[in-house]
Design a protein around this ligand. Structure first.
Ligand code: COA
Length: 272
């Protein structure tokens, strides 16, 4: 670890992210409750490191990103840390954000943001870099940056637009709208809302539990094909789909699924 990274961890009072493994699922928890789990530089760097490490782990089947407590998933950039940063520092920080959230976005296993509480600014951008979002009934989300005189700088303008379309994205970002979980569900920004009183984290873990037994090569191929759909012509997209499909054709898991079907049993996928 470099000197700069060490200084950042010390200044932020720790990494700001704790990790846990349950079965084949990793849980990464933003853990700065006194700052509503806001993203320090150290935490953004650590998320990138965890994602790059996870990409190399053949035993991993899913990642859930959560926030400690029930008040906040993440209140965005650490605005207290940011006060000590000049314009150049902030400019230097943005590529780190992009790299870390990009590493999460590019993971071959499904990623879920479990939103217990608020997800504002960079907090929602982090959730948008995940494949799925599950929100607690009391959650509030929004890309609120314009109310702070800036714009989303960690992918929010691009990823939100791909999910809700241009007109809605403009409305949400230009008006710095704060949405309830029910509103976010209606717009398709979150996939599920937990029943009143239940933690989004518990609901997310329950929801993705079947993925522990799913075929990892097929899941990774599906994610890559869908992620690539946004910025391609239909023809290019169909070529991408064909390349992703080809990877599943060459897998032992495909043959295992056919054998399991014939033998009337559940398949035992090995990720090969
Ligand atoms: N960075 C650093 N600290 C933050 C923070 C952030 N983004 N958001 C909240 N905190 C801190 C507060 O300063 C406060 O600390 P203090 O007790 O030392 O004053 C503590 O977390 C609790 O926040 P508070 O505002 O008292 O709680 P609340 O329940 O009334 O409101 C929020 C919570 C998240 C709605 C409110 O803090 C807020 O709007 N934060 C900014 C969110 C935002 O605009 N993020 C986008 C960044 S680009």
């Amino acid at each position: 670890m470099g000197e700069q990274a060490k200084r950042e961890i010390e200044a932020a009072g720790g990494l700001g992210v704790t990790t846990e493994r349950r079965g084949a699922t990793a849980i990464w928890t933003l853990d700065r409750p006194d700052r509503m789990n806001a993203l320090s530089r150290a935490a953004v760097r650590e998320l990138g490191r965890l994602a790059r490490e996870a990409a190399q782990d053949p035993t991993l089947r899913a990642v859930v990103i959560a926030g400690s407590g029930d008040k906040a998933f993440c209140a965005g950039a650490d605005l207290k840390e940011r006060r000590s940063m000049d314009e150049e520092d902030v400019r230097d920080f943005l590529p780190l954000y992009r790299a870390s959230f990009g590493a999460i976005d590019g993971l071959p296993v499904p990623t879920v943001a479990a939103i217990d509480g608020v997800a504002f600014g960079g907090g929602l951008e982090l959730a948008l870099a995940c494949d799925f979002r599950v929100a607690a009934a009391h959650a509030k989300i929004g890309l609120t940056e314009t109310s702070l005189g800036i714009i989303p700088g960690a992918g929010g303008t691009q990823r939100l637009t791909r999910i809700v379309g241009e007109a809605r994205a403009k409305e949400l970002i230009v008006f710095a709208r704060r949405l309830t979980a029910a509103e976010a569900l209606a717009l398709g920004i979150v996939n599920r809302v937990a029943e009143e009183g239940r933690r989004a984290l518990d609901v997310a873990l329950e929801w993705i539990e079947p993925l522990e037994r799913a075929a990892p090569i097929a899941i990774a191929a599906a994610l890559e094909a869908i992620d690539g759909a946004g910025d391609r012509s239909l023809e290019d997209g169909l070529s991408l789909e064909a390349r992703c499909y080809a990877r599943t054709l060459a897998s032992e898991d495909r043959l295992e699924a056919l054998a399991a079907f014939a033998e009337k049993r559940a398949p035992d996928f090995k990720g090969r």
